[in-house]
Design a protein around this ligand. Sequence first.
Ligand code: CO
Length: 470
Amino acid sequence: MTEIAKKPIKITETILRDAHQSLIATRMTTEQMLPIVEKLDQVGYHSLECWGGATFDASLRFLKEDPWERLRKIRARAKNTKLQMLFRGQNILGYRPYGDDVVEYFVQKSIANGIDIIRIFDCLNDLRNLQTAVKAANKEGGHAQIALSYTLGDAYTMEYWTNIAKEIEEMGANSICIKDMAGLLLPYAATELVTALKETVKIPIQLHTHYTSGVASMTYLKAVEAGVDVIDCAMSPFALGTSQPATEVMVETFKGTPYDTGYDQKLLSEIADYFRPIRDEALESGLLNPKNLGVNIKTLLYQVPGGMLSNLTSQLKELGAEDKYYEVLEEVPRVRKDFGECPLVTPSSQIVGSQAVMNIVGGERYKMVTKESKDLLSGRYGKTVKPFNPDVQKKCIGDTEVITCRPADLVPNELETLEAEMAKYKEQDEDVLTYALFPQVATDFFKYREAQQTKMDASVADTKNGAYPV
Ligand code: CO
């Protein structure tokens, strides 16, 4: 066994992205973020995660903000710290595979607007779905991190993880992230996994987990002792529960040890003071549900992410079938097995979840099948780690052609078409990408933006008229 070098641990701060995505449905506004960015920039974090994931959609849809503008404003204030984003492989930040030209252009523009590190993942861990984004990040001089969607199951042996890590290194990724969206990685399993990965690859290993199941800070401790390079934490007002372990707690834990971050607790406590009223406000308005702050042991029992549990609850409520909750929970692993034992992360978590609901509420398994289930079973999301259940596949898709190539090979380049469709709304180059990801939401946003400008112009004209009476 190789000797593990003991070195200061690095931290990625998630308060501007995953923390509020996990706790308050991604509703933190740019206005709430900006006053504290300069202080966050002084901490000395490895990186500041502030973009991608659901932030893009939520900014446009609910906050009526231009996500690109947010990124530029954060970049202008964070002069020293690397900015990081989460990127869903060939789906970018949307829900379908895009043409390679759109993926490349999105990566180019993200980096041009201020992103340094792009964390790229695929819900099936099919590395072919990450190729284009990784190449584009390399080309633009960005740091391409590949995140492995962590999950449990027969297929996910140590051999699986080390083999795929080797492939990632060979692909030209700059680092690997173990992305444990459900909080399934237990402390001693973390020792084993991190040790094995450190022995296999030379590129840095980062660990991302959620507190949902209550083990996260213990998992970090064991992972750090096993040599992990970076851990993802959130400032305490938006930590724990479905979010990450608290930054200040992890910093204090390693103080005076070889893993000491050297971060200034006084500065961290000033940052926490800033975010606390935002948390209080969210608790008061109900945006932050105290239920999300406790330990949800069901995630360990059923191995499903917290977000998926709440989706299932709301789907069943809509169908008036709330009494079927536990039956559906037990159906989830069965569907997952039929579907090639895929990890459960966006979008596979939604596909498996919705199908489990239909199987139980419909009274017969696979009598009703979603379009997404059919696409998955015909290879349109990529390759799963295990083969599909052939009987289920037959029942769901019949004689539909099954593809085995990289799904995006079947998607032609589409930038030009998209440009033509949205030309009349275009105010900046990035608008075509916004439109590509969420055509309807983007169009609504563009119209809103135009209306705001007209209003502003009118009020400027009014003031002028008032100041200079004719
Ligand atoms: Co996360």
